[in-house]
Design a protein around this ligand. Structure first.
Ligand SMILES: [Zn+2]
Length: 326
């Protein structure tokens, strides 16, 4: 009898690492594990609802200076009530804590790598790869649905958009696109970014999206709300929280996510703004040298919408400049 009881109990417990939440409980805590032989601390909430339902995983702070997304994840973790929740949620508000403390742009200061290019990670790799591996095995792999929250980095302006990936598995891909529509942001962008959270999760059979709102180190109420509103809509859609199914929102589906990069070190003069509609062949800005000579003209590769722009005057060779969704 004891074995059966133990099995039943463990089935009802939501656990990640050393943290656990029983049926109807919420647990906040910090999981500690080794990264490059040093202790690494990862804060998270475990919410184990009273009703039956799927498991939703929400992460933010893979890019740790994208503050609107982090503020939204903190709000979600603090506010979810297991007493009126069906299913389970794991909320990780800041994946890359060293980058958060350092206010680092794009990369993890422990190894200089962009964490959103190393998923599903590698236990024998560098710091970012080890963090990604732990997160993927212990957290993301528990998900029936996965949302990774992002925004413009400290030097990026953007119009909100939601990214999804087509993995080739129709069940997963249909569910990911459905999640993107339900999230309620107008622009939906299909993208394959090798090593990114949502691509790795999709390949592992988990419907996933990556939502982008906010930027330039500012976290306005409107941008935070863009993320929390999307999460609330998704949870109502999945019947994890009470309330009517969310109203459908008109959306624009962009099949291509086209990035332009700098070929020079110099000074970046954008000639357009985010959310501008641009034409193929249109000049979108210039890289100049100190004296003002044009080193490079950024040319739009397609008719489309400007989704993000790097707003830093300083630009390095190979740095992103902007992206057009087409
Ligand atoms: Zn990001």
């Amino acid at each position: 009898m004891e074995d059966i009881e133990t099995t039943r109990m463990s089935k009802n417990v939501l656990s990640v690492g050393t943290l656990s939440a029983s049926h109807g409980q919420k647990q906040y805590g910090v999981n500690e594990f080794l990264v490059e032989r040093q202790p690494y601390r990862l804060p998270m909430w475990l919410i184990n609802g009273v009703g039956e339902g799927p498991t939703l995983v929400v992460t933010a702070g893979v890019h740790a200076a994208e503050y609107a997304s982090i503020a939204a994840a903190l709000e979600l973790g603090r506010s979810l009530d297991p007493g009126s929740f069906s299913g389970r949620a794991i909320v990780v508000p800041i994946v890359d804590m060293p980058a958060f403390s350092a206010r680092s742009i794009y990369v993890c200061p422990l190894d200089g790598k962009n964490p959103n290019r190393v998923f599903p990670g590698n236990p024998f790799g560098s710091a970012s790869e080890q963090i990604a591996d732990w997160l993927f095995r212990n957290v993301i792999s528990q998900a029936n649905y996965y949302v990774d929250l992002h925004g413009g980095d400290l030097i990026e302006a953007l119009v909100p958009f939601t990214i999804f990936f087509r993995s080739g598995d129709k069940r997963v891909d249909d569910a990911s696109l459905e999640m993107a529509k339900v999230f309620g942001i107008h622009f939906l962008v299909c993208s394959e970014t090798p090593g990114s959270t949502f691509c790795a999760a999709s390949v592992a059979g988990i419907p996933s999206i990556l939502a982008e709102a906010g930027g330039q180190g500012i976290w306005t109420a409107e941008d935070v709300c863009c993320h929390t509103n999307g999460l609330n809509r998704l949870m109502r859609h999945l019947k994890m929280t009470p309330g009517n199914a969310p109203e459908t929102v008109p959306f624009a589906l962009l099949e291509r996510f086209l990035w332009l990069r700098s070929e020079h070190e110099g000074f970046w003069y954008p000639a357009i703004a985010v959310n501008d509609r641009v034409k193929a062949g249109q000049s979108l800005g210039f890289i100049k040298d100190c004296e003002g000579h044009v080193l490079q003209t950024a040319i739009s590769p397609a008719d489309g919408i400007v989704l993000f722009i790097v707003s830093s005057l300083a630009i390095n060779q190979t740095d992103p400049l902007l992206a057009v969704g087409a």
